[in-house]
Design a protein around this ligand. Sequence first.
Ligand SMILES: Nc1ncnc2c1ncn2[C@@H]1O[C@H](COP(=O)(O)OP(=O)(O)OP(=O)(O)O)[C@@H](O)[C@H]1O
Length: 311
Amino acid sequence: MPPPPALEIRGLVKTYGEATVVDHLDLDVAPGAVTALLGPNGAGKTTTIECCEGLRSPDGGSVRILGLDPVRDARELRPRVGVMLQDGGLPGSARAHDVLAHVSKMYARPRDVAGLAERLGIDTFARTQVRRLSGGQRQRLALACAVVGRPDLVILDEPSAGMDPQSRRAVWDLVRELRADGATLLLTTHLMDEAADLADHVVVMDHGKVIAAGTPDELTSVEGDSVVSIEARGPLDPTSLRGYLHRLAPGDWAVHHVEGHRYTVTGAVNPRSLAAIGTWAAEHGVLLTSISLGRRTLEDVFLDLTGRSLR
Ligand SMILES: Nc1ncnc2c1ncn2[C@@H]1O[C@H](COP(=O)(O)OP(=O)(O)OP(=O)(O)O)[C@@H](O)[C@H]1O
């Protein structure tokens, strides 16, 4: 029998006035794994996480964390759950290192503060007051505070948002290490490569509901189909290309604009249809500067699932 989930959400509902921002959400976070929660702005990710932490009271449904109730059993859960919120929630007038040292003293078996401060580069701003830290520095300090107590469950809301590439790598290494040590991680992110790289399991939510879930591999592989990435010297008409491919081989063809003059074509790609893309381009005076065959990326899948309009 599989072990019980570290975090179990059933039928969670959260409304603000007329708006239902979390809409009968079911979500399991497997123990000892990294789960990435993805979704467009306003999808309800932070609200879901805040309900899990007991910071928001749900209007319906239930949340169990490590088998316990986040509000009733808050005291028992505190040392076992590490949380990094988007706004940090750190005291503005305290110095960075003092905050971390203070938080570490709340735990029975904290990590080595000096080691953690060094690997997340907190040393370089140890004596600076929290309110004077840059966004990325504050994020790193909040992350250190979330993990210093060796929690069983670590919840990170956009851990690498606003971080420079060096800091992001340090965060990724830390996440991998926590997982290797047996911790369970739930993180939200807008970085698709971060999710693809780190997560064992990806959950995509939109309009307060889960709309897809699986391993990154499951989500990006389309049985028997591939994706062709093309780049042209100028713009091209996706509808015309799609129609051409459909007339050649009726099926589920899609042509998406990625950005600039880059497009992806998905469908039953084979030598004939690949050649047909070239023929269509020649007939329409479109110069293709690159054409390559590959898998869909998590970003392709995300955009297909959640649409391309801004929220
Ligand atoms: N206190 C509040 N009162 C009213 N509406 C709220 C409140 N908090 C959040 N919302 C709304 O709930 C919706 C979901 O917000 P939430 O922060 O959970 O989204 P998110 O998926 O985390 O988005 P992002 O990726 O931008 O962080 C949004 O439309 C937001 O405006």
